[in-house]
Design a protein around this ligand. Structure first.
Ligand code: ADP
Ligand code: MG
Length: 955
């Protein structure tokens, strides 16, 4: 049971050293310390449980003030540590300090570490569940620092009428690191939300709650302990900071909660029956810590500077007042079934004694009523009976009291009368209602927040839609301008189209003219070719004639030659028979002369004839030249026309292309116009009301477009048809032209041939004349020739004789040589034939071998190919195998990585879930998740425990 000294609030005072600014300003150090528990300001002493001077280290302070609380909380008592004082008096320094600096860390981190160290050293049968909450009270609103979305939490009472912050985040932790993480997170979310952290922290209270539940697995005893670590807002008066406006309101609010704290403390100190816990949320949360079931320590933080003299004194007074508050501390224990059973038995016993008393009393009353007088010794002994009942009661209470009703724990509230009971019940009901209202307010404020957010969203939406509207307007203007421009363009295009059409008409007219001209030309060409044909026939006739003439000339020549030969013979015979008849010679001579004259006349006629022929030839050649000239002229004209046609077709094509382009342009522009018109219409109409009519208009316009387009297309198609027919005509004309050209070519070739033939003929004619001349000469030479012929004949005779003789001698010689050669050659021939045979056989064998070789060679590439294919297959299989192996390795690797990743993600998730899902992780003494601050002896024992437990687990 708690000893009486521990039921009052413990108040300690801590002075910080003068800071640099104060030293620089030359402020005086005003506190005078008298012993361990007294400090005097300007001669007035203030007594506390303990006073700490400025040079106290964090560790010293912790050991003296807070260490004991760890044990209390772990033994099932509630605990609270407040830090009270003006801003920058060292509250945060005392409560938190530098969180991760082993020397400068304040109470909170040291408590956290000690709690775990203590747990690790406790009985193995105990199982701990630790959860932490962290919130801030600002302008009487409770903000959850572990979940920034909870901005206005409400305070409710549990079934034992102990207030708690409803809905705040409770994070289960199982190591000091996790607690520190939660603190860091809370501090972080606190500083993120505000611009000036110093100012904010001086105006808000921060409350860190550690809730420890333990269960003995053997006795099933359950204990709970709550520890509040409170860093209060600055206690200074508003005037000093010179706050204005909202800041002033804020300061009033803060002062309100602080003055509520003061009022509560005063009421408790005076033992008043009414304590105004409900004046502020802060006092409400700390209701149990102030005059309730809690071991409370208040740290009064003071500035030693003379500048803060007044504040320091009021702070010290506040602390002194708080020192008188008495708390009624009980163990927070849940009875086990056995304990309940025992308690029930005792109650039964008590009931029995009381019943006994009643029967005794009734018997005595009856006796009195019946007029009997009961002697003193027989009368009911009230004292004895009460003593009996009290004995039973104390037995019950000693067994460990049940948690007493909250009302009875309130000092000054003593339930003795029925009226007070009723009043208490009424109060409870009203408080309940108040709580509900609180909850409602909380919900409403949350709703307000969401509505605000929604409003902001709506405003944003509105502005964005306004912006959209503006952009649409500009777009519309742009479209209108574009529409105008495109209209203009369409007009231009239409004009261009008209011009083009006119141009087209002109061109087609031209084409027609040209075609007509071409026809005339081709007619002319026909005429020319017919005249050429007639000339040709004439030429043929002339040829025939020349042929005839030539025949005749040759005939004549041959007859002349015959005559000449006869003459020669006659002359020869004349030589031989000279002596026979000289008269005959004369005769012959006359005949020859006759012949010669005849020949002369004939030659003359021939010459005349040839002259005639020549003149006709000249004529015909002249004619030919003329026709040739005409032909070239015709050709020239034809080529000119061709060129013209070509250029015309090209220009036609160009025109066609241009036309198409323009048509397309017109189409697109028309579409654009219509679209723009529709848009214009749509935009001009009111968006919501006349969308339907706009669509109708749009439809109508579209219909119009469609009809317009159809007409246009029809026109285009007819124009295209016309164009096609024209093109066909042009191609026909071209074909005709081609034909005519071919004909012309043919004619020219023929003409060339004829010319060549003519030349040949003239050449022959010249040859003939030359021959004739030669004949003349020959006739003159004939006489001399006759003589030489005779002479030559004689010499020939002689030569013949000589030749015959030579020949006969040579024949004889040859016969002799032949007979000598025939003997050796027979054997040689045989040998040769044998060798030839052999050679033939060998060549056959060789050929066979060659063939075989060739066959084998042809086999080789096939085999090689097969070999290569198999090698490739093997290679491919090897590669596939390798790839498969690699894939498998990669898959395995990936799988492992995936597994690791999943493990990694699962770990923090579990950590995170711990925060929200509130899965309790039991902590057992002997399990140490890396506790670095466990003293050596504890650690060694823990390790031993670990070994023991590990063995159990593994088995
Ligand atoms: P508060 O939280 O009351 O506004 P702080 O704890 O923030 O004040 O302290 C103000 C300044 O004084 C801090 O810089 C702190 O380090 C310093 N300080 C406070 N108390 C001590 C002390 N006991 N020893 C050394 N410095 C201190
Ligand atoms: Mg502070």
């Amino acid at each position: 049971m708690a000893d009486p000294a521990e039921t009052t609030i413990k108040v300690v005072c801590r002075f910080r050293p003068l800071n640099r600014a104060e030293v620089a300003r030359g402020d005086k150090y005003i506190p005078k310390f008298q012993g361990e528990d007294c400090v005097a300001i300007a001669g007035k002493p203030y007594y506390f449980d303990r006073v700490f001077q400025s040079n106290t280290t964090q560790e010293q302070f912790y050991n003296a003030v807070a260490q004991k609380i760890v044990r209390d909380v772990l033994e099932g008592y509630n605990g609270t540590i407040f830090a009270y004082g003006q801003t920058s008096s060292g509250k945060t320094h005392t409560m938190e300090g530098k969180l991760h600096d082993p020397d400068m860390m304040g109470i909170t981190p040291r408590i956290v570490q000690d709690i775990f160290n203590y747990i690790y050293s406790m009985d193995e049968n105990l199982e701990f569940h630790i959860k932490v909450s962290y919130f801030e009270v600002y302008l009487d609103k409770i903000k959850d620092l572990l979940d920034v979305t909870k901005t206005n939490l409400s305070v409710h009472e549990d079934k034992n009428r102990v207030p708690y912050v409803k809905g705040c985040t409770e994070r289960f932790v199982c190591s000091p690191e996790e607690v520190m993480e939660a603190i860091d997170e809370g501090k972080n979310s606190r500083s993120v939300a505000v611009t000036n952290m110093n100012e904010h922290s001086s105006r808000s209270h921060s409350i860190f709650l550690i809730n420890i539940k333990q269960e003995n697995s053997q006795t099933e005893q359950k204990l709970t302990g709550k520890l509040y670590l409170v860093d209060l807002a600055g206690s200074e008066k508003v005037g000093k900071t010179g706050a204005e406006g909202t800041v002033l309101d804020e300061a009033k609010m803060i002062n309100k909660s602080l003055s509520a704290l003061g009022n509560v403390i005063s009421a408790l100190a005076e033992g008043s029956s009414y304590v105004p816990y409900r004046d502020s949320k802060m006092t409400r949360i700390l209701q149990d810590s102030l005059g309730g079931n809690c071991r409370t320590t208040m740290v009064i933080c003071c500035s030693p500077s003379s500048f803060n003299d007044a504040e320091t004194r009021s702070t010290l007074l506040f602390g002194q007042r708080a020192k008188t508050i008495k708390n009624n501390v009980t163990l927070n224990v849940e009875l086990t079934a056995e304990q309940w059973k025992k308690k029930w038995e005792k109650e039964k016993e008590k009931n029995k004694t009381l019943k006994n008393t009643i029967t005794l009393l009734e018997a005595e009353i009856n006796r009195w009523r019946s007029g009997e007088s009961v002697p003193a010794e027989e009368q009911f002994d009230k004292e004895k009976a009460t003593a009996e009942v009290q004995a039973l009661d104390t037995a019950l209470n000693n067994d460990k009291a049940t948690p007493q009703p909250a009302l009875s724990t309130l000092p000054g509230v003593i339930i003795t009368e029925v009226g007070k009971e009723q009043y208490g019940a009424e109060m409870g009901k009203l408080y309940k209602e108040l709580d509900d209202k609180d909850e409602e307010i909380n919900q409403q404020s949350q709703l307000v927040e969401t509505l605000k957010q929604q409003m902001l969203d709506q405003e944003e939406l509105l502005s964005s839609s306004r912006r959209d509207h503006d952009t649409l307007q500009t777009e519309l203007n742009r479209l209108l301008a574009e529409n105008e421009a495109s209209k203009e363009e369409v007009k231009e295009v239409l004009q261009a189209l008209e011009e083009l059409a006119v141009n087209y008409d002109q061109k087609s007219q031209e084409v027609e003219d040209k075609a007509r001209e071409f026809e005339a030309l081709s007619e002319e060409l026909n005429q020319k070719s017919s005249s050429l044909a007639s000339i040709d026939s004439e030429l043929q006739k002339l040829k025939e004639m020349t042929l005839h003439q030539r025949k005749r000339v040759t005939e004549m020549m041959s007859s002349l030659l015959k005559d000449l030969a006869e003459i020669g013979i006659a002359v020869g015979s004349n030589d031989i028979k000279q002596q026979e008849s000289s008269g005959l010679i004369d005769e012959e001579f006359t005949v020859a002369r006759l012949y010669i004259s005849k020949m002369k006349s004939e030659v003359k006629s021939l010459v005349k004839r040839s002259k005639q022929l020549e003149s006709t030839r000249a004529e015909s050649s002249q004619k030919m030249e003329q026709t040739e000239m005409e032909l070239t002229a015709c050709q020239l004209r034809i080529s000119q026309y061709e060129a013209k046609i070509k250029s015309l077709t090209e220009s036609l094509q160009n025109l066609e292309q241009k036309k198409r382009q323009l048509e397309e342009n017109v189409d697109s522009l028309n579409e654009e116009i219509v679209r723009v018109k529709a848009q214009e219409k749509v935009s001009t109409m009111d968006k919501k009301d006349e969308i339907q009519s706009a669509t109708e208009v749009k439809d109508a316009v579209e219909k119009q477009i469609l009809s317009h387009r159809e007409a246009h297309q029809r026109q285009i198609s007819s124009l295209r048809d016309e164009l096609d027919t024209k093109e066909k005509l042009i191609t026909e004309l071209q074909d005709l032209n081609q034909k005519v050209m071919l004909e012309q070519e043919r004619l020219r070739v023929e003409h060339e041939k004829l010319k060549a033939a003519d030349q040949e003929k003239s050449r022959q004619l010249q040859e003939l004349t030359v021959q004739q001349d030669r004949q003349e000469q020959a006739r003159q030479d004939l006489k001399g020739l006759e003589e030489t012929v005779a002479r030559e004949l004689q010499t020939l005779h002689n030569l013949r004789r000589l030749f015959v003789q030579d020949l006969s001698t040579r024949v004889k010689k040859n016969a002799k040589i032949d007979s000598e050669d025939t003997d050796g050659s027979a054997a040689q021939k045989q040998k040769i034939s044998f060798l030839e045979n052999n050679l033939e056989q060998l060549t056959q064998v060789h050929k066979q071998l060659l063939r075989d070789n060739a066959d084998l060679r042809s086999e080789i590439p096939k085999m090689e190919r097969r070999l290569r294919a198999t090698a490739e297959r093997v290679k491919a299989l090897e590669a596939a195998l390798k790839e498969a192996k690699e894939n498998a390795a990669r898959d395995q690797k990936r799988y492992q990585q995936e597994m690791e990743r999943i493990k990694d993600t699962v770990k923090p998730k579990n950590m995170g879930r711990r925060a929200s899902a509130q899965i309790a992780k039991p902590i057992r003494p002997g399990q140490l998740p890396g506790a670095p601050l466990i003293p050596g002896f504890i650690r060694s024992s823990l390790i031993q425990n670990n070994i023991k437990e590990g063995g159990n687990e593994s088995s």
